[in-house]
Unconditional design. Sequence first.
Length: 187
Amino acid sequence: MIDRVDEDFRRIRSPFEGTLVRLRAVEENDLRPIHDMFNTPQVQRTLAITWPQPQAGTRDWWEGMRRNPDTAAFAIETLAGELVGECSLEDIHAPSRRAVLGIWIGQAYWDRGFGTDAVRTLCRFGILEMNLQRIALVVYDLNPRAVRAYGKVGFREEGRHRRGMFVDGRYVDVISMGLLAEDLVEE
Ligand SMILES: CC(C)(COP(=O)(O)OP(=O)(O)OC[C@H]1O[C@@H](n2cnc3c(N)ncnc32)[C@H](O)[C@@H]1OP(=O)(O)O)[C@@H](O)C(=O)NCCC(=O)NCCS
């Protein structure tokens, strides 16, 4: 009986809704707040971006992403509707049923569980709706917050590119992490 309730619940639950955040399309109105939240040294330090983009760069990203069939990108908003970041599945490869995950959350919203919930929701969508069997990512070995969030969702370290990135005047390792469909940790 309990299984039956769970099945019914799953059928009516939006695949884009977690316990704290909702994933939705990135709208034109979002470009300015996305630009402002993304173009900060705190957010960009742990991403492969080394200098700020003009607003036109944010628009180029949005237009390019919408045209790219190998990318699914989403705005992350709280359940109350406040925009807090962006996440994506990229390099979607249908024959091997895999994709690469990317995410950032505006610094004002860090450490409130939004990143973990967004990663879990995106992976759940990838697995249950897109039929992915593997989701991969890379993270710098100076980003314990991200490693912790990914680990809680079920990602495991799979390898390490020693001195793979130059950040803050020093080399850091780049950690490869992966999640197989059966690894996803629900709350
Ligand atoms: C990485 C990122 C997406 C995480 O989002 P978030 O909303 O802050 O993450 P959460 O609040 O869900 O989880 C963070 C966890 O890390 C923990 N944490 C925070 N600082 C930490 C530290 N210095 N060492 C270890 N764990 C830490 C938090 O306590 C929390 O764990 P808990 O829930 O068990 O207490 C966000 O910080 C971000 O966008 N950073 C900049 C861009 C980026 O690095 N993107 C990922 C690139 S791979």
